[in-house]
Design a protein around this ligand. Sequence first.
Ligand SMILES: C[S@@+](CC[C@H](N)C(=O)[O-])C[C@H]1O[C@@H](n2cnc3c(N)ncnc32)[C@H](O)[C@@H]1O
Length: 195
Amino acid sequence: MPLALAIAAGIGVPVLGYFLGIFTGAPYLPTGADRVERMLELAEVGPGTKLVDLGSGDGRIVRAAAKRGAEAVGYEINPILVLLSWQRARNEGVGARARFVRGDFRKADLSHFDVVAIYGVSSLMRSLEPRLEQELKPGARVVSNVFAFPHWQGRAEGGIHLYIKRQSATGVTRTRSSPTALYGQLGENSVGKRK
Ligand SMILES: C[S@@+](CC[C@H](N)C(=O)[O-])C[C@H]1O[C@@H](n2cnc3c(N)ncnc32)[C@H](O)[C@@H]1O
């Protein structure tokens, strides 16, 4: 592909994706590369982790998770961004572990994922909170870029919010130990524990 065409495609597709987002009422704002890595580090994404990104944009979180050996899925409503994600995952050699679903993440079954990534607006966080609280398995981590969930207690670091689900108060007691010594207090900051 001639250089000018490659540059035009590289810039044009995300820009087109952004404008299509405006028309579908779903804004596209990509997370910066450093931030993506920090989100994955905080959520301890590694080989075998099952991760889902709710609104995966150009697939950067899913692709970065797949590069760490995770089985990653992105739900994305914007078809142009899904195409772009597929293409980039294939070019980067992670197509086998990075899957993209063109559709509404509100219809996805989230019960088997270890990590849920999200970069959503406040109103979305409000509506997602009770659903995740109910659907996620104990030990699941939720990592959110910029926006906090309204009622959960979590850990915030540089605008990244991390939550972990532990057994409900009525469940058989199992206090999950923290994923790392560094975030030892995570056992106390859980999805399902209301402020
Ligand atoms: C702020 S962008 C984040 C993109 C990516 N996760 C990242 O961090 O770079 C939010 C994305 O969610 C998508 N989106 C919004 N509502 C959605 C829905 N109900 N189902 C699937 N995707 C949705 C938008 O099209 C957009 O690409």
